[in-house]
Design a protein around this ligand. Sequence first.
Ligand code: FAD
Length: 549
Amino acid sequence: GLIGQLRPSQNLTRLAKYSRDLYASLEEETGVATGLKLTGSITVALTDHRWEEIRRQATLARIFDVEAEVVTPDEVKALYPHLTTDDVLGGVHLPGDGQCDPANIAMALAKGARMHGAKVLEGVKVTGVDDDGTRVTGVRYEDAGEAGRIAADVVINCGGMWGRDLAASSGVTLPLHACEHFYLITEPIDGLTSLPSLRVPDECAYYKEDAGKMMLGAFEPRAKPWGMGGIPEDFEFDSLPEDFEHFEPILADAMHRMPMFETAGVHTFFNGPESFTPDDRYYLGEAPELRGYWIAAGYNSIGIVSSGGAGMALAQWIDSGEPPFDLWDVDIRRAQPFQKNRRYLKERVSETLGLLYADHYPYRQPETARGVRRSPIHEHLKARGAVFGELSGWERPNWFAQGSQVAEYQYDWAGQNWFDNQRAEHMAVREGVALFDMSSFGKIRVEGRDATTFLQRMCGNDIDVETGRLVYTQMLNERGGIECDLTVTRLSETVYLLVVPAATTRRDLAWLKRHVGEAFVVITDATVAEAVLCLMGPGSRDLLGKVSP
Ligand SMILES: Cc1cc2nc3c(=O)[nH]c(=O)nc-3n(C[C@H](O)[C@H](O)[C@H](O)COP(=O)(O)OP(=O)(O)OC[C@H]3O[C@@H](n4cnc5c(N)ncnc54)[C@H](O)[C@@H]3O)c2cc1C
């Protein structure tokens, strides 16, 4: 029940803050206590790199309107007397953070919903979601052996780690995988009074005082994925066997960090699974495959602090058709169909759990489950020193190592090992000529009798140009906001090729299909069928002249 307000972006922080404020007011509204205690939180740094990171986080917190103070080791000690601070470089204190009782929050939310007319049915299994080919029409269920159906044009899959397989039964992509998550609770410790929650990310540990006992939880660098073959139906409220060997390094560090762990008895050693996603961000929004099929799942161990805000945002999104503010960070439309692959998910989530407490360097690339989508010239680029980054599963050449330089990222906060390479590449394009491999970009063919009128309606710019010409444009929503940034190439009287960003291809396809109406057009995702090479720079015309007749 840790309630940490600061999240990686302003809008996700807004949602976390909304949750905290909601949990503070729910008791008055519903009469059910949520156990929210604003104990504050402290994160301490043991390395120079972490010290840099958490001070940057403090700056970010202030920008996001979260109260934050940078504290010295002595101030950390004053706030948290039980902590060994000899090797602590400093900390960041967020006085407005807190902790709560998750079960009571669920009860309070359910009661509040009932008070406003909602009906809550427990112990009922959803067996499937019906649709008419384009949008949902209802939910099938089983209640004490009896089958039933509820007609509905909006269904929200908030099935946690079971959600992936339920979504798959409707052809919806919901890539998440359970991982084991460990914590330990001591027996009551004499004299232990209320303390801020504490994070020691360099030791992969968090600590929470609760009713005179101490809790120690872990986000270890290599997690243990669980339930690859599917989550047992009756696993709800259950726990997994303990794995002391796995937890032991965390506990060993804890005994030094907080000597009370050397003598305290262990009350509970808990291993409970939670769902993790390939990029450590949860999923909200309407599935691009099926209208009316909404998602709120994949909470990566921050489901309690996120749920109040996520519920508010999703309700507004469903009601008005638009999220209340930019929520692309967590939008389900970023999920790629290949990410349903269980081997990919198992490998990737073994890394993403630990990334919660890893150093969050700029430009940091995932290490696991790489090499999924490659351009046809991948090996040629690699042979020339390309160092790849991953986007939506695509391996993209981010920079080229020169001479004896090691072809890999060496992360830092001060500056990156590839800045000089990037400058040289930039100048080459600016003053000479360069070839870009843009094969990862989404390619969408729009063709048919009404292709021109349809795209004229969808795009801000005039796309009714001569065959062979290319137009840079945007697709806009009703408020004039940008839904897609793209180029439209006219291939013939009735055929157009749209080139869209790799990360938004599914979103863009869904946007086009949603608005096609009665237009006589066929929309095809041709991304994997075509490579894209772009020749750029003042020397491009000369070079092309030499190599083509
Ligand atoms: C050990 C541990 C510590 C954690 N600590 C924190 C913390 O300090 N702070 C924090 O913010 N988060 C924390 N979390 C994470 C948080 O608990 C989860 O993110 C959150 O509970 C996920 O909520 P959910 O509703 O998405 O999924 P769940 O809570 O798993 O709920 C999904 C529900 O859907 C039901 N369901 C699934 N399929 C069907 C079906 N076909 N029909 C009917 N019902 C179905 C399931 O029975 C279940 O009740 C922790 C998690 C763990 C495991």
